[in-house]
Design a protein. Structure first.
Length: 280
């Protein structure tokens, strides 16, 4: 399958895919979401096959799925989202009356981001999704920021700090690895919650090297230490490779503050939900 078009990574309209065998349930969720979030685009799917078709047509920003479908299952939907080329690491939320039982019996796979008990009602579900689409600030979180341009770094750092985020800036990938190593050995005053890096860096190592070493050498999964990559490369193959190698998401240049902060805050929320040392 060819890499998907990633232009939606900078879209102003969130795309939410709702997978449920009941047409009435899909419409109810869509109506509540559109009332609360008028800009949202809701893509309704009844089966696993329809969900795969929708994913092939372009990336989505969030997925809700029932556990049981007429064809396939919600866990298969979650897996399809993760395995779709060019699809960023987005929320996949299981909506089910059996969600708590699945959680307690550890039947959810690593492809599922979160769960929601549908007994709480669709109004509560809309509020739950709102927290993902328009997340609240998470003060006290620390961003490890790798950027070799001091001018760009200063501007981006101010964007993040305006939203109560702590930012530790380094110029090279080698400096980032030194800080991560010190943290892993308990020899650092910092505890990093997310990595933000440019693709092209001065020195021998690049943003791709950061992704590979964090995921392989440090063995930190996407929920243990999220990585967001800033890139001005419009090549879809290159963008898809960054995601496939372990980047959680991309921030396309020129950087827009609202989009950057939204992406960072979402990844921080995922990391906090996973716990301090849990990999995905």
């Amino acid at each position: 399958m060819p890499p998907q078009d990633l232009r939606h990574l900078i879209s102003e309209t969130p795309r939410v895919m709702v997978v449920d065998g009941s047409k009435m349930v899909r419409k109810l969720i869509a109506d509540v979401l559109k009332r609360d979030l008028p800009q949202v685009e809701v893509i309704g799917c009844a089966t696993l096959a329809e969900a795969r078709k929708a994913l092939a047509e372009g990336p989505v920003d969030l997925v809700t799925t029932a556990l049981s479908l007429k064809s396939g299952s919600g866990l298969e939907v979650a897996r399809a989202v993760r395995e779709t080329a060019g699809q960023a690491y987005v929320p996949v939320i299981v909506v089910s009356g059996e969600a708590q039982a699945h959680l307690e019996e550890r039947r959810f796979t690593e492809f599922v981001t979160d769960y929601f008990d549908k007994a709480l009602g669709h109004e509560a579900l809309a509020a739950f999704i709102h927290g993902y689409v328009q997340p609240e600030p998470l003060p006290g979180s620390t961003v490890l920021y790798v950027e070799d341009s001091r001018v760009v770094a200063e501007t981006t750092k101010r964007m993040l700090e305006r939203h109560d985020l702590n930012v530790v800036h380094v110029l090279r990938a080698e400096d980032a690895f030194a800080l991560l190593t010190a943290e892993s050995l308990g020899m650092s005053k910092h505890q990093f919650d997310v990595v933000l890096t440019d693709v092209t860096l001065k020195g021998e190592l690049s943003g791709m090297d950061i992704i590979q070493r964090v995921r392989v050498d440090f063995a930190y999964g996407k929920r243990r230490l999220p990585i967001l990559v800033m890139t001005g490369d419009s090549n879809r193959d290159n963008q898809a490779e960054l995601l496939q190698q372990g980047a959680n998401d991309l921030v396309l240049k020129p950087i827009e503050e609202r989009l950057l902060v939204t992406k960072v805050l979402f990844q921080l929320r995922l990391a906090r939900m996973a716990g301090p040392r849990q990999d995905d």
